[in-house]
Design a protein around this ligand. Structure first.
Ligand SMILES: O=C[C@H](O)COP(=O)(O)O
Length: 253
């Protein structure tokens, strides 16, 4: 059976408390637009607690990163337990911006996914190729390596979501062709199946991310093995986020 879709917004380093009104608008439409789907917003850490209030339990909240350890002398970092403490149920790990800006390796990402599970959170594990890697014909090799190295052994359909985000498509307005998205998502499902078995692999949500907008969401979300989206810029506007939620097909009963 296909997994229940997940539409996730990643606000990145954007958002002040005065923008809670956007979340209130999302909450107002969430029940209808999100029927049969899971909705999630990952605001900056400073807004997590207030976001939970503004979304009123109609949309889940998540962190954008976590430290591998539960506590300690790590100035500026956030433990998965701290995210859970303010109501988060998901955390993004291994986003390409973290990998690039903070030199995070696949092993670091795997340790963060384990930390997320320890705190009872679902880890959204991100992978993606650069433009140079795609042009060199290495996309599947790169993604296969990132997937293998970034996922710990105890993956389940509940504790893990995988997000495919081509680095060159993030914030650029460019997207892969639908055939390219299908090729990658089919490949990821097969890799997961080889490692974790078909039952677990079939239940893991595979998100596409990278310049998802209301204008392209319908076609991207209809691709085989695409079980939702991870949305950056367009998630900052309630109207756009809700339009993307509506574009996502629901499962047949
Ligand atoms: O996490 C979200 C992605 O990096 C996509 O960002 P974008 O929708 O602004 O391209």
């Amino acid at each position: 059976m296909k997994p229940r879709p997940l539409i996730a917004g990643n606000w990145k380093m954007n958002g002040l408390l005065r923008q809670l009104s956007e979340l209130e608008k999302i909450a107002a439409e969430a029940l209808e637009a999100g029927e049969g789907k899971d909705l999630l917003i990952c605001p900056p850490a400073t807004m997590l607690s207030a976001s939970g209030g503004a979304l009123f339990g109609k949309v889940a909240i998540g962190g954008q990163d976590c430290h591998a350890e539960a506590s300690g002398a790590h100035t500026g970092d956030i433990a998965a337990e701290m995210l859970a403490d303010v109501g988060a149920t998901y955390v993004i790990v291994g986003h390409s911006e973290r990998r690039a800006d903070h030199d995070e390796s696949d092993a670091d990402v795997s340790a963060k996914a384990t930390a997320a599970w320890r705190a009872g959170l679902t880890a959204i594990v991100c992978i993606g190729e650069t433009e140079a890697e795609r042009q060199a014909g290495k996309t599947l090799d790169i993604l296969g390596g990132q997937l293998a190295g970034s996922l710990p052994d105890d993956v389940t359909e509940k504790n893990t979501v995988v997000a495919y985000e081509p680095v060159w498509a993030i914030g650029t307005g460019r997207t892969p062709t639908l055939d390219d998205v299908k090729e990658v998502h089919d490949f990821l499902r097969a890799q997961l199946s080889d490692r974790f078995g078909a039952d677990v692999a079939g239940g893991i949500r595979l998100l596409y991310g990278g310049s998802v907008k209301p204008s392209n969401a319908t076609e991207l979300l209809a691709v085989d093995n695409v079980d939702g989206a991870l949305i950056g810029g367009a998630s900052l506007k309630a109207e756009d986020f809700i339009a993307i939620c509506r574009a996502c097909p629901t499962l047949e009963a």
